[in-house]
Design a protein. Structure first.
Length: 52
């Protein structure tokens, strides 16, 4: 049940729930970007695509 000060939106979730979902989404994107960056660095160390 939503709290007294939270507003129920047309999609059926409260503002607090939407902020919580957004926080999980942002954290997931940050983790994905970190893993992708580490993978790119490891591949670059293994086989540099810009020979130096």
């Amino acid at each position: 049940m939503p709290e007294q000060n939270s507003v129920m939106n047309p999609n059926g979730i409260s503002d607090d729930e939407a902020k919580e979902i957004h926080g999980y989404f942002v954290r997931g994107v940050q983790v994905w970007a970190a893993v992708a960056f580490i993978a790119h660095v490891l591949v670059w160390q293994w086989l540099p695509w810009f020979p130096g």
